[in-house]
Ligand binder design. Structure first.
Ligand code: FAD
Length: 461
């Protein structure tokens, strides 16, 4: 969508080929339905917490099927943004059909051949479903078909503790399923620092989700009419009963069935389509972006790469732009949210980068207190002895919005001092960013200078 929009806007002749639904994963099975469900689940959770606000009781009666059905009206509302009509009006020729590359200059679709100067591959990714023994005999869901579910599973098993697994586990738990989350690693949200993963795990466990960490799924079995997942926990076997299971074990780039192998277009060892810093594959006129290119799997990084792929395809060799992947933010939309940009401690240690860390706990923040949302923190990594920001992680409500201040700061080289000296509206959650900068500043004040100040004021009395 983004690549073709840029090309259309720049008055190039562009054809967008989509085999399924316009809007791809994000609109139809990813960001939009998941965020809509998160909102509905939040209402159920707030009702449960009503007594904290002085209400005797707020009872939420609901029909699970209706709540799931309501997600579709959000998709419908956003659909026009990604529609064929909108894209045609912006100069993009939209073709519905499955594309196959015949050679670097020809694409076959609906038994017709389109000749082209450049190709951009934006084929996305699909849920990774390992061939577990017995899986085909069970009621299993992925992020692709979960949205058709209309009957609430009593016991909902989530396999995988990444962002998708955690977001959806919390939703189903809040909507009344007994949720069990199984994760092979020792932590959920493994990309995040351990203090972040632990906080989210504690929050989810406090809401009633059971965790089996260090449990590697082996196979699915049925005994009578009961389904079980069999896992390995350091050599011990564990059987977990469930009514429905969500496989959330990651997503694999779509690289097969459209001519890559025939053309010997290279695939990386991570399974994404290999590309250089101009987003070119091993064919100089075939570009790639989004989940198919990796390593990120976000809508905003897909759009970012799409700009480079499009502009390079349209204007090389006159100009070339190397993709700038220095400041990449992302969020997991659990409650509280987790948002990260740049380095966290785990990555800094892995990359052997020296850092200082400063933290501010939002339990001290006025707005978090008024809102009764006091769980979370802001953590900033800076270059030792300098105010240069290396990375930030925020765990709080709306962390995905609040992180943006650090994204801009990092992108344009603004340090913690500049954040500290900027007025932040009171009372807001974003004030936490200024307070963490304040903690950094305080850590730099020497005892000697404080003693000197004390003497100065004494002398002026
Ligand atoms: C449950 C869930 C929640 C998510 N939440 C977020 C979030 O909150 N924020 C975020 O940033 N990201 C989120 N994501 C990830 C986000 O959806 C993806 O990163 C994004 O959609 C990638 O965009 P893309 O254009 O690369 O691929 P896609 O959106 O997958 O689009 C690829 C398109 O290519 C089409 N296609 C493939 N092969 C062919 C062919 N041969 N011919 C024609 N068409 C073809 C497919 O039908 C598809 O429509 C989420 C994903 C999931 C599953």
């Amino acid at each position: 969508l983004v690549s073709s929009l840029i090309a259309g806007t720049l008055k190039a002749k562009v054809v967008l080929i989509e085999k399924d639904k316009m809007g791809g994963d994000c609109l139809n099975t990813g960001c939009v339905p998941s965020k809509s469900l998160i909102r509905a689940a939040k209402i159920a959770s707030m009702a449960k917490r009503a007594d904290e606000f002085g209400f005797d009781q707020v009872k939420v009666d609901f029909d699970f099927a209706k709540v799931m059905g309501k997600i579709q009206d959000r998709i419908k509302k956003i659909e026009p943004h990604d529609s064929v009509e909108r894209y045609q009006s912006l100069g993009v020729d939209c073709v519905r059909g499955e594309a196959k590359i015949i050679d670097p200059y020809r694409i076959e679709v609906n038994e017709e051949v389109i000749c082209t100067k450049n190709i951009i591959l934006a084929t996305g990714a699909a849920p990774l479903v390992p061939p577990f023994k017995g899986l085909d005999q069970t009621r299993f869901f992925t992020s692709e078909n979960l949205w058709q579910l209309r009957e609430r599973p009593e016991r909902f098993l989530v396999l995988g503790g990444g962002p998708i697994g955690c977001e959806l586990a919390q939703c189903f738990s809040r909507l009344g399923s007994k949720v069990t989350l199984v994760e092979a690693a020792s932590h959920i949200l493994t990309k995040e620092d351990d203090d972040v993963s632990n906080l989210i795990q504690d929050k989810l466990a406090g809401e009633g989700i059971s965790f089996f960490l260090n449990h590697r799924a082996k196979e699915f079995i049925r005994e009578g009419s009961q389904d079980y997942l069999v896992c390995d926990n350091n050599g011990q076997e564990k059987k977990i009963a469930f009514d429905a299971v969500l496989i959330a074990l990651g997503r694999k780039a779509r690289t097969k069935g459209f001519g890559l192998q025939e053309l010997e277009i290279k695939v990386s060892k991570e399974g994404t389509i290999a590309h250089d810093s101009l987003m070119r594959t091993n064919y100089p006129n075939i570009y790639v972006c989004g989940d198919a290119a990796g390593p990120f799997q976000f809508t905003h990084t897909a759009a970012h790469q799409a700009w480079y792929a499009s502009v390079n395809a349209l204007f090389r060799p006159l100009v070339s732009f190397k993709v700038d992947e220095r400041v990449i933010p992302w969020a997991s939309f659990t409650d509280p949210e987790v948002a990260t940009v740049g380095l966290n401690e785990k990555q800094a240690i892995k990359d052997k980068i020296d850092y200082e860390v400063h933290r501010y706990d939002i339990s001290e923040l006025d707005r978090a207190i008024t809102d009764r949302e006091e769980t979370g923190f802001v953590k900033v990594l800076n270059a030792p002895g300098k105010d240069r920001i290396l990375g930030a992680t925020i765990v709080s409500p709306n962390a995905g919005d609040i992180i943006q201040e650090f994204v801009i700061a990092m992108k344009y080289g603004l340090g913690l001092n500049k954040i500290l000296k900027t007025i932040h509206i009171y009372p807001t959650l974003v004030e936490a960013n200024r307070f963490v900068a304040g903690n950094w500043r305080k850590s730099r004040v020497s005892i000697r200078s404080l003693n000197w100040l004390e003497t100065f004021h004494r002398l002026r009395r």
